[in-house]
Design a protein around this ligand. Sequence first.
Ligand code: HEM
Ligand code: HEM
Length: 211
Amino acid sequence: MNSHQKSVLVWDPIVRIFHWSLVVSFTVAYLTGEEKNELHIFMGYMVLGLIIFRVIWGFIGSKHALFENFLTSSPKVFGYLKSLFSNKPKHYLGHNPLGGWMVIALLMMLFAVTFSGLKVYALKEGEGPLSMKIEQLSPISTAYAKEDEMQRLVAERDEVGEDYWTEFHESSTNIMLILIGLHLVGVVVSSKVHKENLVKAMLTGKKTIQR
Ligand code: HEM
Ligand code: HEM
């Protein structure tokens, strides 16, 4: 850094802790995705907790963490894309317009993965917040229906749902892997184009700017 350069804080500690905890918990959840694995369930809950937290932080966090500061209109996104191919690519201190929407795609897909995980957990193991005991279904119908008839109907319903949500959990995980691939390509490409180290910035929180 020379005298014309200045170091500024871009990513607050919360964003950085969120990011690297997410990388670790997602990776461990992915690697332990087998039947009846306590670590898998725990890491899945971690991911869910982290994304809920990040959404809240998107409304009350520091400047570059706020959704309103990095979600832009489509002309801006296309303008940024076009500028990448010019000799004067448009530089943003926080997320660039494309990266900003990628954050939303990543968070939404992570929600699909964790929600379907909770459904699988409920239907296969009868555990977790989405599991329902027969007695909880409807007090009136359970009072009048024959107990074994109810059991049979619920089992039938769960079996269909089980296959559906397991399939959903696996496919959404695979789509997530594709998004992560694109995310990493985005990080590498924009680091090159703007001649800055984005990975280092996500670690230290700081970027160097010209005065
Ligand atoms: C080792 C692999 C990874 C590296 C080096 C990396 C790097 C980065 C960098 C540099 C940014 C900031 C982008 C910018 O400057 O606009 C970022 C943001 C982000 N990354 Fe990653 N990433 C990695 C893996 C992941 C994974 C696996 C996920 C999801 C499971 C993920 C989700 C996110 C999200 C949601 C953001 C937005 C951060 C925020 O605004 O809170 N990243 N990543
Ligand atoms: C980001 C977080 C998560 C990732 C990346 C992930 C990934 C996976 C993968 C790859 C599998 C293996 C699927 C297969 O059998 O081929 C799996 C299975 C499973 N996951 Fe997750 N999962 C996540 C979160 C969760 C959560 C939050 C729960 C529930 C609390 C959960 C519950 C389950 C269950 C019960 C299975 C076993 C499915 C079976 O019997 O085949 N997962 N997960």
